[in-house]
Design a protein around this ligand. Structure first.
Ligand code: HPA
Length: 274
């Protein structure tokens, strides 16, 4: 397979043939966060079935389409839905969106997810830009140079500044990646907290590593939908419906922040920062 025959290059060629939109930011929407795309003006939609390298998304809350459009002043590629590792299709479909973003010559990506909080102040409705991650899957991601930073500190600070200005609760933290699909037990959640994690979820880490390997600047953000450590072990864990509802609340804040962060001003020329 030559470089131009990769699924990502074929999808990018198809998109360039269909539209003159040349997005400069990509956003991947996690569980219940696809409402972000409603904020886009002048939309052009590509269902994942029409692209190469994507699997149909099987999980509730993940529509499975790429929406190109303008967020404020900036053209964006918003991916509604992702394939998780626990779906058993391997790493390739999980990385399709990131590789397509790269093939579209996009330089900045925001990768989002729904996650459970392990410690205060994080709680339902909070947003957590990643300062790092702990991979608790048995699978490793792509190789990155030793000590390479994955999560862009400038994008994280800009996100936190904007959240503060808009009054949206947000704090940076470390994300623990689980294989899923089931949630952790209370004892596991306590163990992850001791390991140094602030939130737990089942995505984003491999996508972030691949995006960084390909040279994109990465902003990864958890929308906290529940406490992962229950107040009492007698209480049932969160239902997927409750997680989705809370994610929609956080999605409104996330949309407002990204509209400011990404779309507030015309972007400077490539090679000059964000
Ligand atoms: N654990 C793991 N993944 C999650 C959670 C959780 O509590 N909430 C949302 N995604």
């Amino acid at each position: 397979m030559t470089h131009h025959d990769t699924p990502a290059e074929r999808s990018a060629a198809l998109i360039r043939d269909c539209t003159n939109i040349r997005p400069r930011w990509a956003v991947i929407c996690g569980s219940g966060l696809s409402g972000l795309a409603h904020a886009l003006d002048e939309q052009t939609v590509f269902p994942y079935e029409s692209l190469f390298g994507f699997e149909p998304t099987a999980v509730q809350g993940h529509p499975g389409r790429l929406v190109l459009g303008r967020l404020g002043q900036e053209w964006c590629a918003v991916f509604q839905g992702r394939t998780h590792l626990y779906e058993g299709k391997g790493l390739e479909p999980a990385l399709a969106a990131v590789r397509l973003a790269h093939a579209l010559r996009i330089r900045n990506i925001c990768i989002t997810n729904a996650a459970g909080a392990l410690r205060p102040p994080l709680g339902a409705g909070w947003l957590m830009p990643f300062s790092g991650h702990i991979n608790l899957c048995l699978q490793r991601g792509c190789a990155l140079p030793r000590g390479a930073g994955i999560y862009d500190p400038q994008l994280r600070e800009a996100f936190l500044d904007t959240a503060l200005r808009l009054g949206a609760p947000a704090a940076p933290g470390v994300y623990a990646l689980l294989t899923g699909p089931t949630y952790e037990t209370p004892a596991e959640a306590r163990a992850y907290r001791i390991l140094g994690a602030d939130a737990v979820g089942m995505s984003t880490v491999f996508e972030s590593m691949e995006a960084r390997r390909l040279g994109l600047r990465v902003l990864a953000v958890s929308a906290i939908t529940n406490d992962a450590v229950p107040a009492s072990t007698d209480l049932p864990g969160p239902s997927h419906d409750a997680v989705l509802e809370c994610a929609q609340q956080a999605a409104r804040n996330l949309t407002a922040i990204l509209r400011e962060l990404i779309g507030a001003e015309p972007a400077p020329a490539p090679g000059h920062g964000v």
